[in-house]
Structures are given as structure tokens and as C-alpha cells.
Design a protein around this ligand. Structure first.
Ligand SMILES: CC(C)(COP(=O)(O)OP(=O)(O)OC[C@H]1O[C@@H](n2cnc3c(N)ncnc32)[C@H](O)[C@@H]1OP(=O)(O)O)[C@@H](O)C(=O)NCCC(=O)NCCS
Length: 154
């Protein structure tokens, strides 16, 4: 599959998208968030979720939590089948643009220190590392350190 930007659409996640978004999350990340959490994210104003559609099919999503000018990127996932074709980059840049329009001036995130691909994506979009958190993630009972990144002046 090659990326054709004319067939890519970024949209706010709606209630009808939850099943597919939850499926993408589960297939690519495991059962970390349940349906109730996705519904809560749509209802509560401190969350923002955007989806990316490729040829009208939901192929990834990005989620933020925050208030006022400061938001945290809590998840970005592109379905395995669609990866490494620019979708993650497009989704992240459009989400940043939308948050900026809302008055956001600081975006932070934590990423597992072994997730080199995601780190490359974030750095490409101007995020800079500002710290580490020891044992931040607990994956299969294994403590994994995270790297903290921030995006300012965008
Ligand atoms: C991270 C993720 C969202 C990237 O999505 P994607 O659509 O594959 O990303 P893109 O094709 O837009 O690539 C963006 C950048 O990521 C990096 N990248 C993507 N795939 C890569 C690969 N296989 N190897 C090395 N770098 C890669 C590159 O820097 C790339 O930019 P470049 O093509 O200019 O070099 C995707 O890999 C994913 O869903 N991973 C699983 C979930 C996850 O770990 N999320 C982050 C933590 S919440």
C-alpha cells in the first residue's frame, strides 16, 4: 500500500467509530483500554481523539488528555497493515495543528525507552526529550523505563 494523501482524512472520533478504534487498539497494543474508557474519552472534555481514515477505512487514532494550553499525548496507533507509509506522521501533524488552533502551546508524552520507531516519529515532529521515568510502564510484569518528551513553540 502506498500513501495517497487525497485518500487520507483526519476526523474527530465519534461514537460510531469506537468499535473499530477499540479493535485497532486491542490488535496493536493489547487489552489496555476497555470500551468504557473510550466512551468516557468521547464524553469528557479533557480528552481529544482523532482518527485517520485511509480510503474511508479507519486505520489509526491519536488520543490526548489535557486542559487549557497543556495536553498530553496518551496514545497513537496506526494499524499494522498501514504502517510505515506516512499515516502516523500525517495524523500527528494534523492533531498538533488542531490542538494549536484550540490554544494549546505545550504537548508532552511518555514513550517506552525501547520504542525507537515512536521516538523517531516524535523527534521528527519537533518533540525534545526532557527526562526519564524509571519503571513507568509495567509490561508483562516487567518494569520498563519511559522517556518524557515535550513539544513547545509550535
Ligand atoms: C508509532 C506509529 C504510530 C508510527 O506510525 P506509522 O504510520 O508507521 O508512521 P510513519 O509511516 O508516518 O513514519 C513516521 C516516522 O516514524 C519512523 N518510522 C516509522 N516506521 C519505522 C520503521 N519501521 N523503522 C524505523 N523508523 C520508522 C520514521 O522516523 C518515520 O519517518 P520517516 O519515514 O520520515 O523516516 C506506529 O508504528 C504504531 O502504531 N506503533 C505501535 C503503537 C505505538 O508504539 N505507539 C506509540 C506509543 S503510544
Amino acid at each position: 500500500m502506498s500513501m495517497d494523501s487525497e485518500n487520507l482524512i483526519i476526523d474527530t472520533c465519534h461514537i460510531d467509530d469506537i468499535d473499530i478504534v477499540k479493535h485497532i487498539h486491542e490488535q496493536n497494543y493489547g487489552k489496555v483500554w476497555d470500551k468504557y474508557f473510550f466512551e468516557k474519552m468521547l464524553k469528557e472534555t479533557q480528552y481529544e481523539i482523532y482518527i485517520i481514515k485511509s480510503n474511508n477505512k479507519v486505520s489509526g487514532f491519536i488520543a490526548f488528555q489535557g486542559v487549557g494550553n497543556a495536553y498530553e499525548l496518551i496514545m497513537i496507533i496506526v494499524d499494522k497493515y498501514y504502517r510505515n507509509n506516512g499515516l502516523g506522521s500525517y495524523l500527528l501533524s494534523e492533531a498538533i495543528r488542531k490542538l494549536k488552533l484550540k490554544g494549546v502551546s505545550l504537548i508532552t508524552l511518555d514513550v517506552s525507552n525501547d520504542n525507537i520507531i515512536a521516538q523517531k516519529l516524535y523527534k521528527k515532529h519537533g518533540f525534545v526529550k526532557f527526562g526519564e521515568r524509571l519503571g513507568y510502564y509495567n509490561i508483562n510484569n516487567k518494569k520498563i523505563n519511559s522517556e518524557s518528551y515535550k513539544l513547545v513553540n509550535f
